[in-house]
Design a binder for this molecule. Sequence first.
Ligand code: AP5
Length: 214
Amino acid sequence: MNLIFFGPPGAGKGTQAKKLVAERGIPQISTGDILRSHTREGTALGKKAKEYMEQGLLVPDQLVIDMVDDRLGKPDAQNGYILDGFPRTVGQAVALDQLLGKRDAEIDKVLVLRVPDEKIVARVVGRRMCKACGSVFHLEFQPPAVQGVCDACGGELYQRTDDTAEKVRVRLNEYAHNTEPVAAYYKQRGIVAEIDGVGDIDAIYQRLTSALDE
Ligand code: AP5
């Protein structure tokens, strides 16, 4: 199954994707995670992407599209995947159709997580991530057992540079103007399921898997 997890920054796309990966064994392809690994490694792509990401702005389409094209060619992506954070513009959605067309594949479902802006800010500002394995925590809503230490691997937790109240407002603005129209692009095909993204993480996962299995 080829899926898109869609929604504003901090809606819980990564949190829910990791649960589905664990249950169904298909990989999560997060353009944010791939871009962050490029910036950490200081690649040419990472250097270009960093200036946009640090401001909360979208990275230019072509950079991201080429990166996804490469990722979809990897062996683990041949039997389904969760696209997390891509496509994020209508231009990226059109390009994705072309990438899938050349592979004789298509998107089966787009799961849209709906969370109001005021809840988003609290989620994003309190988020902490593991430097080593990328596990996601929240100071209040999903705290690690030991402060600053990853439950999964013992790695050090850090706060993303774009996870500030100021940057999240820029990201929400980018989402409203550039990304929300992508939902309409897929609605025309009848493959969109809207999920209430507020509440307990496991309850949201139940809603999401019910929508998937419908
Ligand atoms: P990216 O990394 O994709 O960030 P994002 O879309 O802003 O999404 P987030 O990772 O912030 O949130 P999420 O929905 O995964 O939430 P999470 O599960 O972590 O992108 C970063 C940047 O990279 C972009 O700004 C852009 O510059 C660039 N980029 C990436 N893709 C691009 C593209 N396609 N085109 C152009 N540029 C691109 O949850 C958030 C927090 O809430 C966590 O702390 C979690 O513990 C907590 N939480 C989760 N669920 C709940 C719940 N139910 N209740 C309470 N807390 C919860």
